[in-house]
Design a protein around this ligand. Structure first.
Ligand SMILES: *Cc1c(COP(=O)(O)O)cnc(C)c1O
Length: 393
């Protein structure tokens, strides 16, 4: 019934699966007939604390009954506390602008960098990104996305000032006197769950500093404990000029964040948003961070990552005709498939076995489970996935 309504009234931009889900509990979701599915995707890295999280629901309900939104023209105590928490958890001395999505956070980062480029004699505005990157779907962020298949002629003209480097080593060669920033994901998500080399990233960060070029790290997917630490930047031991967050931060409510140590670039009126960092989403994000911090401190996340990792390694070893190797870090993982394999087909068949996985670039089967997933759910999910692989042999 809903499928018909959806097809008639919702614009057709997604290859949509029409199974009707009605509730969830942690990494398990249930369709309308009560069948359980193991969710190894968490809504593409969003539902970091699991589905139907009662603690989050309680915080949401309580805040909703008091005040949801007032606009950024007034003090929003939970927003202030959230910004403080982000600075503390990251270990960086940063201030934050709140947006509503990853693309929007990256737009904010681009604006901030361009304004930074006004300092000095010559205006600098160019931003270098990687060819295999993904930064969003707005005009600027889709242009910042280095994959040329995203730059459809239909949507041209795009904003100018983006250059694409083949890999991290070749970024240097693209720098000119108009370059103001380099924007990278430390682990490319949509691009194939590909982790950049830590040494190369550290070398780049140092080099950019000597040139007064900003390093923007897009942690929309890698942030908020996804890699096992609060930020991938912590793991890579770098201190970026700007960090963007979104996906996992709200545990399901829309939120984006631009964190920067350059606190005096934006002035009143330079940037803004109606919805960013409302009472409601900020309070929910505080609750999400509280839950995840506890799981982190008690080493639950670390322990479960190890279990997940064992399963992945086992599959890669057992099915060499399907998988080349395991990729990614922490709970942002991939199984790179051989050329002969159609990843979309595995995703589809896995769904029939009631386990959700994603496809990513470079022919990769992608996993982004809730960070609170139980070991039982992990074992169950892999058992189901293996049924698919066995049949493919
Ligand atoms: C998902 C993603 C985005 C875009 O986020 P939206 O919330 O969909 O706008 C940007 N950058 C990275 C690295 C992402 O994974």
């Amino acid at each position: 019934m809903y499928e018909k309504i959806d097809k008639k009234y919702v614009l057709n931009t997604y290859p949509r699966n029409y199974t009707q889900f009605s509730k969830g509990k942690n990494a398990t979701i249930f369709d309308k007939d009560g069948r359980d599915y193991i969710d190894f995707t968490s809504g593409i890295g969003v539902v970091s604390v699991g589905h139907g999280n009662k603690q989050v629901a309680k915080a949401m309900y309580k805040q909703a009954g008091q005040i949801t939104h007032l606009s950024n023209l007034y003090l929003i105590p939970p927003q202030a506390l959230l910004a403080k928490k982000l600075s503390e958890l990251s270990g960086y001395d940063v201030a934050t602008f709140f947006a509503n999505s990853g693309a929007e956070a990256n737009e904010g980062a681009i604006k901030l960098a361009r304004k930074y480029g006004m300092r000095g004699k010559k205006k600098r505005y160019k931003i270098i990104t990687l060819k295999n990157s993904f930064h969003g779907r707005t005009l600027a962020t889709v242009k910042a996305t280095g994959q040329s298949n995203f730059h459809q002629e239909a949507f041209a003209p795009y904003p100018k000032g983006f250059n694409f480097a083949k890999d991290i080593k070749s970024i240097k060669n693209l720098i000119d006197d108009e370059t103001v920033a380099v924007m990278i994901e430390l682990i490319q998500g949509e691009g194939g769950v590909e982790a950049l080399c830590k040494k190369e990233v550290q070398k780049l960060a140092k080099f950019l500093q000597t040139k007064d070029i900003l390093l923007i790290v897009d942690e929309v997917q890698t942030g908020v404990f996804r890699t096992g630490t609060f930020l991938a930047s912590n793991l890579y031991e770098i201190e970026p000029d700007i960090i963007t967050l979104a996906k996992g931060l709200g545990g399901g409510v829309p939120i984006g964040a631009v964190m920067t140590k350059h606190k005096d670039i934006f002035e009143i009126g330079d940037h803004g948003t109606t919805f960013g960092g409302t009472f409601l989403v900020s309070q929910v994000a505080l609750e999400v961070l509280d839950i995840l911090e506890k799981h982190f401190v008690k080493k639950y996340i670390e322990k479960k990552i190890k279990v997940f990792d064992k399963h992945l390694e086992k599959l890669a070893k057992k099915y060499p005709q399907i998988f080349l190797h395991v990729s990614g870090i922490g709970f942002m993982r991939g199984l790179r498939c051989t050329k002969e394999i159609d990843v979309g087909d595995i995703v589809k068949k896995a769904f029939e076995q009631r386990v959700l996985a994603l496809r990513a670039g470079r022919n990769t089967l992608r996993f982004l489970p809730p960070l609170t997933i139980t070991i039982k759910e992990i074992d169950k999910g892999f058992k189901r996935l293996e049924r698919v692989l066995k049949k493919m042999r």
